[in-house]
Design a protein around this ligand. Structure first.
Ligand SMILES: Cc1cc2nc3c(=O)[nH]c(=O)nc-3n(C[C@H](O)[C@H](O)[C@H](O)COP(=O)(O)OP(=O)(O)OC[C@H]3O[C@@H](n4cnc5c(N)ncnc54)[C@H](O)[C@@H]3O)c2cc1C
Length: 511
């Protein structure tokens, strides 16, 4: 196995990317359609080891590693194309590759010591090794910066202690990137956080899995609760460029710009499944695809593919490991929120169109609902990130002393091209302070305008004009909806009233 991997490594160094990605796609299709029945396999947790080995023998992870360490060069366009190829066959597999790349290899490339990089990258290239990231703690998810995991110096390096949960590849990854706060001499924890690498092959660095979770979807990937009490050598502490929080932002923003890769193959596959079903299924006198509402769903799914392609192009141009993305939070957040919403919405449409037939754990439609749902939650809950998007635009407007949203967007770098298309919905004066739910609506609206801009740019670069126009139609529909929600006055409130029953309101109950 090791020798085979080494041979493949040499091969991939020489192989042009188009050849590599074609071979990778073919191999995945063979593995997930011919060697196993992907639908039936989804009834069980985990993945047959030979599938995993075969996938990793193709060296998809080499895309995330620089040439000087034996990789393909960490070119974001290649990384995104690998993720796309994987998610066409299996969203969970793509997430595994995404975790390895965006949450381990890429941050290591940016912040790791030379000695650590040499050792770790070599194992990824030659042994099909895996890595994951542990940030979240049972009491600190959205509020991750308040984490309680801590580190303290020791004569030989560092002691890191804490409790982490929901890290993808729990109990499986060979390497872990973990975050912790420094413990001061008085026992308090520093505000900043630090990154460390644990090597599961060293007993003193091993993380103990206390419990495995029965995750609702993504059955291939193990999740659980982990106890960390490890001793690490000096070179296992990463050194971000600036503060640890800056390093975290740089990492998360790059990772959010890997969402388009994971989303694109998956969205294309769901669209193809939906089209093929609607071309065959006859309901009443005609095929499903003749119904207008069915066409609406298909058009929407196709628009998601177009918009996601535009975001891939954008991420490919911006998110190289050579760029510091700490300050790119706004567009990174747009990538994450909008595309994860599209993934879930496309799954809902496919299930709707396939009807009861799709409501099975071993059907791609049913499975897609649960597999794509957590993308709206992990790496920042969408509700929270939409608010951040709105807040950022509002802050910039205030700085420029501008209260009219449309005028502001015509000169904003993310919306200059597209603002004019949606003037009737944007020509509003923003009020001084908005309730959080309105910020969510506004964040969604602004995200749509920003992705419309990227979609127009895709069109200018030669993408099919009819597809671009259709995507803008869908965005226009969404912008109208978000604009209505944003302008809608009533603010419904939850009332803590117990014991109310409709039965108390009818007078014809039997005596
Ligand atoms: C499948 C899956 C994979 C994951 N992979 C990883 C991984 O690899 N590594 C890792 O470290 N973690 C991972 N996570 C953890 C993930 O990042 C956290 O679940 C996420 O950050 C949310 O934290 P929480 O679950 O504690 O929810 P909470 O922080 O309790 O938030 C729950 C909900 O409360 C609401 N909410 C929270 N704060 C606000 C606010 N300020 N305003 C309004 N509403 C708010 C939102 O609706 C939010 O969705 C994963 C989780 C899942 C489900």
């Amino acid at each position: 196995m090791l020798q085979l991997l080494a041979q493949d490594a040499k091969k991939s160094e020489l192989e042009p990317f188009n050849k590599f990605i074609g071979r990778f796609r073919d191999k995945l299709a063979y593995l997930f359609r011919e060697r196993i029945d992907a639908n039936a396999a989804n009834l069980k947790r985990g993945i047959p080891p030979f599938i995993f080995q075969e996938v990793f023998r193709q060296q998809p992870q080499a895309a995330s590693i620089q040439k000087k360490y034996g990789g393909r060069g960490a070119n974001p366009a290649e990384i995104l194309a690998v993720l796309e190829a994987a998610s066409y066959e299996s969203l969970a597999l793509s997430l595994i590759l995404g975790i390895n790349g965006a949450l381990f290899l890429e941050p290591l490339a940016r912040m790791g010591s030379e000695s650590l990089k040499q050792k770790v990258f070599n194992r990824f290239i030659n042994e099909g090794t895996t890595g994951g990231l542990m940030i979240t703690e049972p009491d600190y998810g959205t509020d991750a910066l308040s984490m309680k995991s801590y580190w303290e110096p020791t004569p030989g390096g560092y002691h890191v202690n804490g409790l982490k949960h929901w890290a993808g590849l729990t109990g499986w990854a060979d390497y872990w990137l973990i975050t912790a706060r420094g413990k001061r001499s008085d026992g308090s924890l520093s505000r900043d956080l630090s990154f460390f690498v644990c090597d599961s092959s060293c007993p003193e660095q091993r993380i103990v899995v206390e419990e495995y979770f029965n995750n609702l979807g993504l059955y291939i990937i193990p999740y659980g609760r982990n106890v960390i009490d490890v001793q690490l050598p000096f070179d296992h502490k990463l050194e971000p460029n600036g503060s640890g929080v800056n390093g975290l932002m740089d990492m998360l923003h790059r990772s959010r710009m890997r969402f388009p890769g994971m989303a694109l193959g998956y969205l294309k596959r769901l669209l193809e499944e939906a089209v093929s079903h609607c071309n065959e299924r006859k309901v009443g006198k005609c095929k499903l695809n003749k119904y207008d509402q069915v066409q609406r769903r298909l058009a929407r799914m196709q628009a998601y593919v177009t918009i996601c392609s535009a975001m891939c192009k954008h991420a490919a141009e911006l998110s190289s490991i050579h760029n510091n993305l700490t300050g790119e939070g706004l567009i990174a957040n747009v990538h994450k929120t909008i595309l994860s919403d599209y993934m879930q919405d496309a799954a809902q449409s496919l299930l709707h169109l396939t009807g009861a037939k799709g409501f099975k754990q071993d059907h791609i439609a049913g499975r897609s609902i649960t597999d794509s749902r957590p993308f709206q939650i992990f790496e920042g809950s969408n509700d929270v990130i939409y608010v951040q998007i709105a807040d950022k635009f509002i802050k910039e407007m205030r700085k420029k002393n501008q209260s009219n949203l449309y005028i502001f967007l015509t000169s904003h770098e993310l919306t200059t091209l597209s603002a004019g298309y949606f003037k009737e919905y944007l020509d509003v004066s923003l009020s001084e302070s908005l309730p959080q739910r309105k910020l969510v609506d506004l964040g969604k609206l602004l995200s749509c305008v920003a992705v419309a801009d990227k979609t127009l740019l895709l069109g200018e670069s030669g993408y099919n004009k009819a597809l671009v126009a259709a995507a803008l139609d869908v965005l226009s529909e969404d912008i109208a909806q978000h604009s209505a929600a944003y302008r809608n006055k009533p603010i419904a409130t939850y009332h803590d009233v117990a014991g109310q029953s409709w039965l108390d309101c009818v007078d014809n109950l039997g005596g």
